[in-house]
Design a protein around this ligand. Structure first.
Ligand SMILES: [Zn+2]
Length: 215
C-alpha cells in the first residue's frame, strides 16, 4: 500500500488493543465464506450502502471482510465475493486495511499500466490486465464520512479491480478470449500441482513443492 492511506482510515481490528483481550467487538467479527465462482452475486450491480438505514453495522461488516481477506492473503475483497449485496470492499495488507463504501472513480489517468492480477473468487487464475495507472477516488469510510484520495501503483489497480466487483464485472472482461484460455490452462496445472502437494503434505510426506512458482 502507498502512504496515501492515512492512519485514521485504517481499521485496526484484531491488532494490539484487542489481541489478548477478547471483546464484544471481536466476538461480532465473522469470517465469511467465499461464494463459488458461478455465484450470481458476482454478476450483480450492488446497490449503494445506505448509512441512514444501514442493512448491517458498517464497522463490524467491514472488519469481518478484512479478517476474511487476511485469512486468504488477499489484497482486496468485495462484499459480493462473500455473497453480500452491499456496495463495499476492503483493501490493504498486513494490519493496514481500509473499507471503501460506495466507492467512485472521479478521474483516471490517460497513462495505462499492465499487471498480472489474481482474484480470491478465481483461485489460481492470473490475468494480465491493463488499467489506468493513476486514479482519483471518492468513497465513504465506515462512519459514512465522505473522503477523497489519489491512488497509484498497486493501490490504484486493486481499487479498480474491486470497484469492478461492485458493478458485477470481473477481471475477465478486460482481456481477450485467447488470453483467458491460456490462463485457464496454467490455472489447471497450478491447481493440480497444488492439490498434489497438499495431499503429500497430508500424508506426512512433506517434500518441498514448487507450486508457488507456477502460474
Ligand atoms: Zn476479485
Amino acid at each position: 500500500m502507498t502512504d496515501i492511506i492515512k492512519e485514521n482510515d485504517v481499521i485496526r481490528i484484531n491488532t494490539d488493543p484487542y489481541k489478548n483481550e477478547p471483546s464484544v467487538l471481536q466476538e461480532k467479527i465473522r469470517i465469511f465464506d467465499l461464494v463459488p465462482e458461478a455465484h450470481p452475486a458476482l454478476k450483480k450491480v450492488l446497490p449503494d450502502f445506505d448509512f441512514k438505514k444501514p442493512p448491517v453495522d458498517p464497522n463490524f461488516f467491514a472488519s469481518s471482510l478484512v479478517e476474511t481477506c487476511k485469512l486468504h492473503n488477499g489484497l482486496g475483497l468485495s462484499a459480493n465475493q462473500c455473497g453480500f449485496e452491499y456496495r463495499v470492499f476492503v483493501m490493504g495488507s498486513a494490519d493496514n486495511y481500509v473499507a471503501f463504501f460506495n466507492p467512485k472513480i472521479l478521474k483516471s489517468s490517460e497513462q495505462q499500466s499492465k499487471m498480472e492480477e489474481g482474484c480470491l473468487s478465481y483461485k489460481g487464475l492470473f490475468l494480465n490486465v491493463e488499467r489506468p495507472a493513476e486514479i482519483e477516488v471518492e468513497y465513504q469510510d465506515f462512519n459514512g464520512i465522505l473522503r477523497q484520495a489519489k491512488f497509484t501503483g498497486m493501490t490504484a489497480r486493486c481499487f479498480q479491480h474491486e470497484l469492478d466487483h461492485m458493478n458485477g464485472i470481473t477481471y475477465h472482461s478486460h482481456v481477450g478470449t485467447v488470453s483467458i484460455q491460456l490462463a485457464q490452462k496454467r490455472r489447471s496445472k497450478y491447481l493440480k500441482l497444488l492439490s498434489k502437494t497438499l495431499k503429500e503434505t497430508n500424508n506426512g510426506n512433506n517434500r518441498s513443492g514448487n507450486y508457488r512458482n507456477i502460474r
